[in-house]
Design a binder for this molecule. Sequence first.
Ligand code: VG1
Ligand code: CO
Length: 543
Amino acid sequence: MAIKEIKTTPFKDQKPGTSGLRKKVKVFQQPHYLENFIQAIFNAIGGASGKTFVIGGDGRFYNSRAIQTIIKMASANGASALYIGQNGILSTPAASCIIRKHKLSGGIILSASHNPGGPDGDFGVKFNIENGGPAPEQVTERIFEEACKIERYLISDAPDLDLTVQGETVVEQTKVEIIDPVSDYADLMESIFDFNAIRSLFSKGFRMKYDAMNAVTGPYAKEILVKRLGAPESCLMHAEPLEDFGGFHPDPNLKYAKELVQELFSDNGPDFGAASDGDGDRNMILGRNFFVTPSDSLAVLASNAQFVPEYKKGLAGIARSMPTSRAADKVAEHLGISCYETPTGWKFFGNLLDAGRITLCGEESFGTGSDHIREKDGLWAVLFWLNLLAATGKSVEKIVRDHWHKYGRHFYSRHDYEALDPDIAKKLMDDLRAKLPTLKNTTVSGLQVRHADDFSYVDPIDGHVSKHQGIRIFFENEARLVFRLSGTGTVGATLRVYIEHYEPDHSKHDMPVQKALEPLIKAADIIAEIKKRTGRYQPDLIT
Ligand code: VG1
Ligand code: CO
């Protein structure tokens, strides 16, 4: 074995986005591309010498290849120990759990999350720090600086390891252990929720369907739902991780989890349905003939947290990403606790969680989590719902309807315009920003604008400022529009329009969502000139 120093030149496009570096597989396959970025991570954290990392991914195409390269680079850079998920598998929440439990220096997660996989699909690299959470902006900015000036990287010429067998070996001076990717995470879940109550729910014939979308959560769901909770194996759909996700787009929403949705909306469908994304940090929750909006899910969990053993003692506070509906704010107000509003992306919750300011947090993009780890957590949310169903004996629909009755309903939807010409998308946002001072008190589509701004966030713990995190337009009656460009796409630009309308009157809670939001949807087009500028008459995706 020998350590080689390889000369290289920078790639100028290695700026991490909302959640790590995401590119087409073909981009990552270019010589030196992955290596440059990994070396930039090590350089940005003052070297890997003496450090310990967990490494694994969502099983997508290029996962194992990338892991072999990273093992050789971490060893060459002097890491003292590496923990690798068997078969290269590790969900994002499990990686966070392992970093925290074993007090590691950090983790490298190979995933492009909810983006499609396969040789023509996407690949990604996320770096998590020692608290188990995504690297904060200060760190991702340093990684980008290092990537822009990189001249060399270190790599061992050791042979590839067999990732299929658990056990320990040594590469250069580094201890490398292939670990069970599931057990630590499953133990953590068992310590949070009332597994006895959930077990007895299943034993009474409660029916559920869980769709792992051929992505990373299959093995986790098997261990937790089937082995530990006694659900029948038939409750699992697409439970084998596949390199191309079986052609699926592993994004758990009404459009991409079609089969699951059909089952839940069929005659005599199951009582409960759920799905997770590529790397297991997202969740979609369904009842029989009923879809739970992710923003509502966060609010419902917060309002019913006392049913879960771990949260019985009460919540320190709640946080939600800015575009997420304000349903959680109503609960926080009722409980007399703080509700923080952060920019999009889990990295902004880390400081609040570390400081003990919040217990629960969530995003409108099917992400919910708590202080048990530092990532959003798909299966955790599913177990939380199962715990509520077991403890209350109510259906999903009844729980949500009771919630609306108590707090009012936040009608909410996100409209995505995908693969736009980046120049057109940027100009749309720039012009919208320039227009903000003139919007106040104007009436658009029958709605009066109360306030309009460009969201800036000052981290309450370390004072770090993040500007331009989305344009917000507030109307009368607590209605709101938010516009921002995605930071996770790999093709052109994606414009996200977030539409929210609050309805306290429960006689109006049955209105179809898009109907209730119609005046706001019109206002969004008038204000941002979406159709005119993009030539798109419909969003590509409505969630
Ligand atoms: C999207 C979501 C955001 C989420 C991020 C990562 O980002 O909107 O809420 O945190 O994906 O999720 P963007 O910049 O495309 O809007 V995951 O499950 O992809 O790691
Ligand atoms: Co994800």
